[in-house]
Design a binder for this molecule. Structure first.
Ligand SMILES: Nc1ncnc2c1ncn2[C@@H]1O[C@H](COP(=O)(O)OP(=O)(O)OP(=O)(O)O)[C@@H](O)[C@H]1O
Ligand SMILES: [Mg+2]
Length: 395
């Protein structure tokens, strides 16, 4: 079984964080909803359009960023509610006896900038949502991700950066710092097209920042890739073995060159590419162009050429390997699995449920049909979702 094979050290994972209560206000279809949880995995069932994914999205705001739909923050506000604000609040505590609950709240508050959410952890207002990464990992798998291998590199890179952030809480901050320098350099170069010559020393400084942060970003991704690959190798359960690689200028250079030299090389590459990047209006090379490559371990087929079901199974493998590694490191994530089990046969569903329980993570699973969760039995807490309301349902 996957759970037995992949989790040799699972007994020490009882420190997983779990949501004890969740409150959402003016969020998507919810005027106000509250759930009280006992720490077990959670099953949400309800008709199409009932509000299941919306609850997972609310939970995804307990991680840095724009949530699992990558929505604009103002889009999340309940339409027809008359307010322009929304909030998600949760109390989290570790599964260990005596774990002290911490309250996290986030949302758009009246009078704050439209695309900036407020984050409070334990009553303290944080300067950015990045602080959430220090406290909790949230991993999600949604139907939107079914096309991850068939689409462009941006979504795959974003997915793998979230994986990397789970192992390296500073990764998100470095990505932001790199992006700021990159965009400022692009702006200066574009201005040169209209005859405004940029200060070369300012360009030097921006390129130095891009090189410094870029190399750290690529190194973190390489480290995360090695970890995930090792975890995937240990998995001989019912989900396929995924082979992963990173395709990127700096990631490639780091395989054979010390990081300090890669930093110097990239700075020189950027300086030499000013004319070309000016024409293009942006930097054509760097970690913002990297891609995650995935193959099916048994067939060696690129993931993009695998069947829909195989692609889903590869994605589940990667997500479970990620969850296992975080749990093994003492920080089991919240796992948000939206409509995942409907695609699995009975054997794989059972393996997934056993895995989740052994992991000790609070997994949140959705489906339209409660019978799909029978093998989970009393190991989960069940809720029924109807339009704008969520209520306890007996197992
Ligand atoms: N900002 C908003 N304000 C009010 N309602 C919204 C908002 N955004 C989305 N909705 C509505 O929320 C409802 C529930 O959406 P959700 O995606 O959570 O459903 P679901 O239960 O996951 O359905 P499915 O089983 O089809 O995936 C939808 O009818 C959608 O139109
Ligand atoms: Mg849904």
């Amino acid at each position: 079984m996957l759970a037995q094979t992949v989790l040799p050290h699972a007994s020490g994972l009882a420190s997983a964080m779990a949501v004890r209560w969740l409150k959402v206000t003016d969020f998507r279809c919810y005027a106000q909803a509250r759930m009280d949880l006992d720490g077990r995995p959670v099953v949400l069932t309800g008709e199409n359009g009932a509000g299941k994914t919306n609850l997972l999205e609310a939970l995804s705001f307990l991680a840095p960023g724009r949530g699992l739909r990558w929505a604009r923050l103002s889009e999340v506000t309940r339409i027809g509610g008359g307010a322009s604000v929304w909030s998600v609040a949760a109390s989290l505590s570790s599964q260990q006896a005596g774990g002290v609950p911490t309250r996290i709240s986030t949302g758009l508050l009246a009078g704050t900038a439209a695309e900036r959410r407020t984050v409070r952890i334990g009553g303290e207002t944080q300067s950015s949502s990045a602080a959430l990464a220090q406290f909790l990992s949230v991993i999600w798998l949604t139907p939107d991700m079914d096309r991850l291998f068939a689409e462009g590199a941006t979504a795959r890179r974003g997915f793998f950066d979230r994986v990397t952030q789970g192992f390296d809480a500073g990764h998100g901050k470095r990505l932001n710092a790199y992006e700021r320098a990159r965009q400022e350099r692009s702006r200066l170069l574009r201005e040169e097209l209209s005859g405004h010559r940029a200060d070369p020393s300012w360009l030097d400084a921006l390129e130095a920042a891009m090189a410094e942060h870029g190399v750290a970003i690529a190194a973190s991704r390489c480290e995360a890739l090695q970890r995930i690959s090792r975890a995937l190798e240990a998995n001989s359960g019912p989900f396929p073995h995924a082979l992963l690689a990173l395709d990127g200028l700096l990631e490639d250079m780091l395989a054979s060159t010390p990081a300090v030299d890669v930093e110097d090389n990239y700075r020189a590459i950027l300086a030499a590419a000013r004319r070309r990047d000016r024409e293009a209006g942006r930097a054509l090379e760097g970690p913002h162009r990297s891609d995650l490559l995935v193959w099916h371990g048994e067939t060696r087929m690129p993931a993009g050429d695998c069947s829909t079901g195989q692609q889903k199974a590869l994605l589940i493998s990667i997500v479970l390997a990620n969850a296992w590694l975080l749990a093994e490191g003492g920080a089991a994530p919240l796992l948000l699995l939206d409509e995942v089990v409907a695609h699995l046969d009975a054997k794989r569903r059972t393996a997934l449920y056993d895995f989740i329980c052994q992991l000790g993570a609070q997994a949140w699973m959705t489906g339209t049909d409660k019978s799909l969760f029978e093998a989970m039995g009393a190991r989960a807490q069940y809720f029924t979702v109807t339009h704008g309301a969520v209520r306890d349902a007996a197992a």
